[in-house]
Design a protein around this ligand. Structure first.
Ligand SMILES: [Zn+2]
Length: 336
């Protein structure tokens, strides 16, 4: 029992250095075995704790990295969307500038039409109702140039997009207006020209220098037979070789000679009107010619059935002779 007990004890010698005595520590065997085991246990615990700690740190790091990546991705996305926005904006602006060019061209066309119309109105002095629309045209062209200008400076991107869109809408509206005007102005011009054609074409000009009327329109005693007869025009006495003028603009549909009429001219005017000039000594236009109002067409004479130098002037409306005086009397002042 004692031996067995002695065997269970172990002695530990602790030597610090040469000066100190050696210490003996008696320890029981189980205790002696427990100490390293405890050490091993606590060491492995420490390692485990360390492992846990480091794995936590790693996962935290990983989380951080993931978060950073997400942020980067977000940033990249935002950069991309910004770039897209800028590109869209640039496209809008390019479109606008193209529209502006188109608009400028149209404005120039309208301007030209406007000038044509103004020239026409100045020339003929007829107050045509196109002034309003032409005023609109010039004010529009001023607005357009203002819109193209430098409004796209230092504003937020969305505002820029809105502005671009609004400006585009404005342009479209203006284009519609212009389209309308473009189609309207030529119509007005055409109308004005037609009116002018009517005015120029109506035979209102006294056809000779002389104003001495020797025979009027209607029933009279025939100068040759002495019998009652119908005189289809008026006779204006004049000198042989005196100029004869077209009473209105028109087309010469006859420049010929016949027994009774002598040398004669027929001019066709708008509205079914014709003027006839007879007993001429010389024809100065030919069939098919266009003549202006007041243009010299012949020389006065006494050819055909005539008793002396005079012009037989006749107005025919829808193939029927009518009294020329209401036509030419009112416009004597035009004769210059
Ligand atoms: Zn006559």
């Amino acid at each position: 029992m004692k031996r067995a007990s002695a065997n269970r004890r172990m002695t530990l010698l602790v030597m610090r250095d040469a000066q100190h005595s050696v210490k003996q520590i008696h320890l029981s065997k189980p205790l002696m075995m427990a100490v390293p085991a405890a050490a091993v246990l606590s060491l492995s615990g420490l390692i485990l704790a360390l492992q846990a700690h480091s794995s936590q740190a790693i996962s935290q790091l990983e989380q951080k990295v993931t978060l950073e990546n997400a942020k980067n991705l977000q940033l990249q996305n935002s950069v991309n969307s910004r770039e897209q926005s800028i590109e869209r904006l640039q496209n809008e602006i390019i479109k606008l500038s193209t529209q502006a060019k188109d608009m400028q061209q149209r404005m120039q066309q309208v301007d030209q039409l406007e000038r044509q119309l103004q020239q026409f109105i100045q020339k003929h002095g007829t107050g045509m109702a196109a002034d309003d629309s032409s005023d609109k045209a010039s004010s529009l062209s001023r607005d357009a140039s203002q819109h193209v200008g430098g409004e796209f400076v230092a504003v937020h991107q969305n505002e820029m997009l809105d502005l671009a869109r609004e400006t585009k809408d404005d342009f479209q509206e203006m284009q519609e207006l212009l389209k309308m005007m473009e189609s309207k102005i030529p119509q007005t011009l055409q109308k004005a020209q037609e009116t002018q054609r009517q005015i120029a074409g109506s035979p209102t000009l006294w056809p000779t220098e002389s104003k001495v009327m020797t025979s009027s329109f209607g029933y009279r005693t025939d100068p040759f037979t002495g019998r009652a007869s119908f005189h289809a025009g008026i006779d204006i006495a004049g000198d042989n070789g005196e100029p004869v003028y077209a009473a209105g603009a028109g087309k010469v549909i006859a420049a010929d000679q016949s027994g009774a009429r002598g040398r004669y001219i027929v001019i066709e005017h708008p509205n079914g009107l014709q003027t006839w000039y007879m007993h001429l000594s010389k024809l100065q236009v030919k069939e098919g010619d266009s003549v202006d109002k007041g243009e010299q067409i012949a020389l006065l004479g006494s050819t055909g059935r005539s008793t002396g130098p005079h012009l037989h002037f006749q107005v025919v409306k829808n193939d029927k002779p009518v009294n020329p005086l209401p036509y030419i009397r009112a416009q004597n002042s035009e004769f210059d």
